[in-house]
Design a protein around this ligand. Structure first.
Ligand SMILES: NC(=O)c1ccc[n+]([C@@H]2O[C@H](COP(=O)([O-])OP(=O)(O)OC[C@H]3O[C@@H](n4cnc5c(N)ncnc54)[C@H](O)[C@@H]3O)[C@@H](O)[C@H]2O)c1
Length: 256
């Protein structure tokens, strides 16, 4: 239980990777606020609050729209007030964006940016207010692990707004890591490759899966647990002296 006594906020935690991260951090002993705009589970199954309560009765679901700056600030403040500290923040909420630049309307661009980029700004902003204000423990005031993407590092074919939003997420991670290192804020990213979350639709169309497998040297695509394990590693107090790092969980995609 390396995270026993720690509080953790995960956004986009109702489904897929965010859900796996919330449950993984709870298994590691953290008290988790699993937040999302909805309790609906993209891949099906019970709302995250149910498995979370079985692992960690003190953990809870918190409804949050990451596009709401004030609400992000308030949830971060509430966690600190209830738990005494805000130790770990993992922003994973996202909305997909499809189409090349000419195919992207201003409305579609804003829809994607408002969640993936503005939402990340809002959560990081709320987290930093609380973390900077709390006392340091073992030279640290808090840890942040943003969820990026391999498509924030290389072009995302047919997903202009999504790719640009994920590049912005990775740059926010670097900015925070460097600008707040002297305050004891540890900030890293985990960038998944293709992860099969159980969702249906365009993300798992035959051509997308074939392209992803062609790009992935390991003989299988990823699982949410692969990403959750990497996040747990970066949150573990035994993991020290790593900040500003983008940890790829991509089966080797970016090495090819
Ligand atoms: N699945 C992959 O192959 C893959 C690859 C690379 C990166 N990622 C990244 O991993 C993260 C999770 O992806 P996923 O595939 O599990 O997606 P998902 O669609 O299963 O989950 C995204 C979650 O974000 C929530 N969300 C959407 N808008 C929100 C808002 N305004 N406020 C709060 N929550 C909101 C959704 O309700 C959903 O629960 C994302 O950051 C994504 O970019 C995923």
């Amino acid at each position: 239980m390396p995270l026993k006594g720690k509080s953790a906020l995960v956004t986009g935690a109702s489904s897929g990777i965010g859900r796996a991260i919330a449950l993984r951090l709870a298994k590691a002993g953290a008290t988790v606020w699993a937040s999302d705009i909805t309790t609906d589970v993209v891949e099906g199954g019970p709302p995250v609050a149910e498995p979370l309560a079985q692992i960690s009765p003190a953990s809870c679901f918190a409804q949050l729209d990451v596009r709401d700056h004030a609400a992000c600030a308030q949830l971060c403040a509430d966690i600190r007030q209830q738990h005494g500290r805000l130790d770990i923040v993992v922003p994973s909420a996202m909305t997909p964006g499809r189409g090349s630049l000419p195919e992207t309307t201003p409305e579609a661009w804003r829809r994607v940016m408002s969640v993936n980029m503005d939402g990340m700004f809002n959560i990081l902003s709320g987290a930093l207010v609380q973390m900077r204000d709390q006392t340091a423990e073992n030279d640290e005031r808090g840890r942040i692990v943003v969820i990026g993407s391999q498509h924030g590092m290389v072009a995302a074919p047919g997903a202009f707004s999504y790719g640009v939003s994920k590049a912005a997420v990775l740059q926010m991670m670097r900015q925070v890591a460097v600008e707040h290192a002297d305050e004891g804020i540890i900030c890293n990213a985990v960038s998944p490759g293709k992860i099969l979350t159980g969702k249906t639709g365009p993300a798992v169309a035959d051509d997308v899966l074939a392209y992803s497998q062609t790009r992935t040297p390991l003989p299988r695509l990823g699982r949410p647990a692969d990403v959750a394990g990497a996040v747990a590693f970066l949150c573990d107090p035994a993991t020290t002296y790593i900040t500003g790092h983008n940890l790829l969980v991509d089966g080797g995609w970016m090495a090819g």
